[in-house]
Write a protein that binds this ligand. Structure first.
Ligand code: GTP
Length: 428
């Protein structure tokens, strides 16, 4: 296995940069840079030198001994000054040395997976954590990275293995009198796992939203002040506003952190009957996006004017409150009145929904959970026919177990890896 190296911290100017090396030559390479031996594990303040003896930088050198490291291999980390020039100088020096090469994106994590330091779901959790921009995303990624899904999967797997072995015991001793009927215990184990799988599969949709963001569409009549409201919420001029009705024709998207939740706000074309072909295309698009959004803000006196269905959780606010009698309430993108209230209303609705998210967070997880559950459901059906078909039921249980093993990457990892690691950045 090659020894690999990469800049583990972000490119660009910073106080400190971290260069990571992993593999059998990691320690000897670090030692030759410092010109002196290093401990198997520990931290030393050292100067780093180029091959010709010129001093490159001073820094900290950390050594980790296999298997107690992130990758499970010998690892060295160089903490040097975070200037582009210092980093380039050390990287150039490493590139010129024999026996090591620059790591591919995600290669450190890939080795950690191969060496059993983490399972596949934890790798996904790590990718999510590095991408996390909001509190909700950070917390969700932490749960996955901690290995909770793997722990549950192992528990389900154990229950199913017990169920399968009970059936197999009956099959093996078919000619003898088996004193106890195993069916009740098998059924209870299987139904317990089925309920868990269903619950976790149901939670994926919300978890996906936390990962990728909730869509909140602002809908209203032309000139209601939708673009002005979006700009006020985003704190910048993301959408063009004008006194001409029908200004917005495309869907304008603004990503924002709304009280810890990732939200994409959508400004849509004002909804009205029109002869203008381009505007009517915009209106059609607006209705479609509004329908598929997670939540709609109706900026209007009467939602019935808009031809968009109001759904559970949707919010209605009266436009241009500054032109109204104060007793009417409403919102004003122009003066900012009512905006904080709208933001907390939206985050309340979305936060309530996030409580139904579980420990499975991706479509890949959902597919594996459902596949496993389907096999269990077939097994249950077969069990009804009595001991003659126990071998078929046991086979269904084994299929269900395999689906769970795919979930955590115990089997069938190869075809998933490239897809998962393609989202990793260099140095991870
Ligand atoms: N007084 C007042 N005027 C507003 C307010 N919000 C928007 N306006 C004005 O109303 C006009 C229309 O605002 P926009 O934000 O472009 O309205 P829109 O709903 O996006 O319009 P379309 O793109 O045509 O659908 C502009 O002249 C704004 O300055 C408000 O809260 N109070």
């Amino acid at each position: 296995m090659d020894t690999i190296f990469a800049l583990a911290s972000a490119q660009g100017k910073a106080g400190v940069a971290v260069i990571r090396l992993s593999g059998s030559h990691a320690h000897s390479t670090a030692a030759s840079l410092t010109g002196s031996p290093l401990p198997f594990r520990g931290m030393r303040v050292r100067s780093l030198y180029a091959a010709d003896g010129a001093r490159l930088d001073d820094g900290l050198v950390l050594t980790f001994q296999a298997p107690a490291s992130f990758t499970g291999e010998d690892v060295a980390e160089l903490q040097i000054h975070g200037s582009t020039a210092s980093v380039n100088a050390v990287m150039r020096c490493l590139s010129d040395m024999d026996g090591l090469r620059l790591a591919e994106p995600g290669e450190f994590t890939r080795r950690a997976l191969e060496n059993g330091k983490m399972d596949l779901t934890q790798v996904e959790g790590l990718a999510d954590l590095i991408d996390a921009e909001t509190e909700a995303q950070r917390k969700q990624a932490q749960t996955i990275l901690a290995g909770d899904l793997g722990v549950f999967a192992e528990r389900w797997r154990r229950d199913l293995i017990r169920a399968a072995s009970l059936l197999e015991a009956v099959i093996d001793f078919a000619d003898e009198d088996v004193p106890t009927d195993v069916t009740p215990e098998v059924k209870s184990l299987v139904t317990g796992v089925m309920a868990d799988l269903q619950r976790e599969a149901d939670g994926v949709q919300i978890a996906e939203r936390i990962r990728t963001g909730f869509e909140v569409a602002i809908v209203g009549l032309p000139n209601a002040g939708k673009s002005t409201l979006l700009n006020a919420m985003a704190g910048r001029e993301a959408a063009i506003t004008s006194e001409y009705a029908g200004t917005t024709r495309d869907v304008i998207e603004v990503r924002m952190d709304l009280a810890g939740l990732p939200v994409t706000l959508l400004d849509t074309a004002g909804l009205r009957e029109t002869e203008d072909r381009v505007e009517s295309l915009g209106i059609e698009l607006a209705r479609k996006r509004a329908d598929s959004a997670d939540l709609r803000v109706f900026l209007t006196d009467d939602p019935k004017d808009l031809g968009v269905q109001m759904m559970n959780g949707d919010i209605q606010v009266l436009p241009k409150s500054d032109l109204r009698d104060p007793s009417e309430g409403g919102i004003s993108g122009k003066t900012g009145q009512g905006i904080d209230q709208l933001i907390s209303q939206i985050s309340d609705v979305l936060s309530t929904r996030t409580t139904s998210s579980g420990i499975a967070t991706r479509e890949r997880h959902r597919v594996a959970l459902i596949k496993s559950r389907e096999s269990l459901s077939s097994a249950m059906a077969v069990l009804e026919s009595g001991p003659d078909l126990y071998d078929i039921a046991a086979e269904e249980l084994r299929t269900a177990i395999r689906a769970l093993e795919t979930l955590v990457g115990r089997i069938g990892v190869e075809d998933l890896l490239d897809e998962i690691f393609s989202s990793f950045c260099l140095g991870k």
